[in-house]
Design a protein around this ligand. Structure first.
Ligand SMILES: NC(=O)c1ccc[n+]([C@@H]2O[C@H](COP(=O)([O-])OP(=O)(O)OC[C@H]3O[C@@H](n4cnc5c(N)ncnc54)[C@H](OP(=O)(O)O)[C@@H]3O)[C@@H](O)[C@H]2O)c1
Length: 339
């Protein structure tokens, strides 16, 4: 495993994302939440992963609980990051919610407490003093943000009066926006860019195609996975496969290696099995050549997804069907449990 030492912390360059833990929208089923998730964390520890990411909103706290239980006994080996859902992110609310997250995780201190996304209405001056207080009392070790622009990241630092260690953003071969501003600034200022959806939710794995769609509403209901985009992404997956062949690796591993060959980047892939954790950790050992990096960037540049407007009818159909299934399922359940 490769480790990233930035801003006074040392974490594995490949971490583990846990949105999948307990979340019905990934469609992994009950066994995954009850058994596989713990096996995934165990394997992550075995292969040197020290960075674990969750959020209070993932499965409404269940992801934090599952992760906390699986990490019990390993507290001193790991760096735990969670996120505040910024609904009314004002002083007492923030403090109450940080304590609730720490309780669910079974820890006294959160290593990294991130604001999940900007709140356009509540100013940072109403939120960040609570972060300062949580840091002073020892409940939070480092502050972070997520889905923030560079300007807002800097504004958060100003409102906090100390460094905001990291910004967690979507960063992968089909979304390279963080390369423009966020990453250069992070590299120049001893900060971390945490790349979420580093495999574009499996789009880059080569596992899915127009005739092999994924399961679970996160992906079936996403514009990225409409059949036409699954067709259009094939040349990029081919480019990943070509590089992968030279390294005896998989497209997913190369997609991760492409991100972490840059300083100050940590990736947090989610996993549907312990075997994927093995593979993702091993990606840290792949050294890409500059030519390979350039060939992947060129293939990524050539990928043009269908405009959102064209993808929406398919997405709306899938989501409406899923909602209808859930409502009729609920009605069935209610009538079957009625006296
Ligand atoms: N801050 C935010 O707003 C935000 C947003 C999204 C996610 N996140 C965080 O980032 C984490 C990761 O993002 P994500 O889960 O959206 O996307 P991701 O990590 O790009 O994709 C995860 C999915 O890719 C597949 N996969 C993983 N490893 C693989 C491998 N070695 N080979 C083939 N397929 C593999 C698995 O799905 P299948 O096996 O089912 O194909 C897995 O569930 C989340 O768990 C969460 O912690 C944060």
């Amino acid at each position: 495993m490769k480790y990233v030492e930035v801003g006074g912390v040392k974490v594995s360059a490949v971490g583990l994302g846990t949105w999948q833990f307990g979340s019905t929208e990934w469609g992994y089923g009950r066994d995954y939440a009850d058994k596989e998730a713990a096996a995934i964390v165990d394997r992550a520890l075995e292969v040197g992963i020290t960075f674990f990411d969750t959020a209070e909103i993932y499965a409404f706290g269940r992801s934090e609980r599952i992760l906390g239980a699986a990490l019990a006994g390993h507290r001193n080996e790991v760096f735990i990051a969670t996120k505040l859902l910024p609904v009314m992110p004002i002083g007492p609310v923030v403090i109450h919610r940080a304590h609730a997250s720490a309780r669910r995780l079974g820890v006294e201190a959160l290593d990294l407490y991130q604001i999940h996304q900007p709140n356009p209405v509540v100013p940072l001056s109403a939120t960040m003093p609570a972060f300062a207080r949580l840091m002073d009392e020892g409940t939070v070790r480092h502050a972070g943000v997520s889905n923030y622009s560079l300007a807002r990241w800097k504004a958060a630092e100003e409102a906090l009066g100390r460094p905001v260690l990291s910004n967690q953003v979507r960063f992968n071969l089909v979304d390279r926006r963080p390369e423009r501003e966020l990453l250069p600034w992070a590299q120049a200022n001893d900060r971390i860019v945490i790349a979420y959806s580093p495999l574009a939710q499996g789009l880059l794995s080569g596992r899915y195609g127009p005739d092999r769609p994924p399961t679970g509403l996160v992906r079936t209901g996403s514009p990225a996975f409409v059949p036409e985009n699954l067709r259009r992404v094939a040349p990029l997956v081919d480019a990943l496969s070509l590089v992968a062949k030279a390294h005896d690796a998989t497209p997913s591993q190369v997609a991760l290696a492409w991100l972490i060959h840059r300083p100050n980047v940590v990736v947090i892939p989610g996993a549907s099995s312990a075997a994927q954790v093995d593979a993702n950790a091993a990606a840290a050992d792949i050294e890409l050549t500059e030519d390979e990096v350039a060939s992947l960037a060129a293939a990524a540049d050539a990928y043009e997804p269908v405009p959102l407007k064209a993808a929406l009818p398919h997405v709306m159909r899938v989501r409406t069907r899923s909602l209808a299934d859930r409502l009729t399922g609920r009605r069935r359940h209610q009538s079957s449990t009625a006296p």
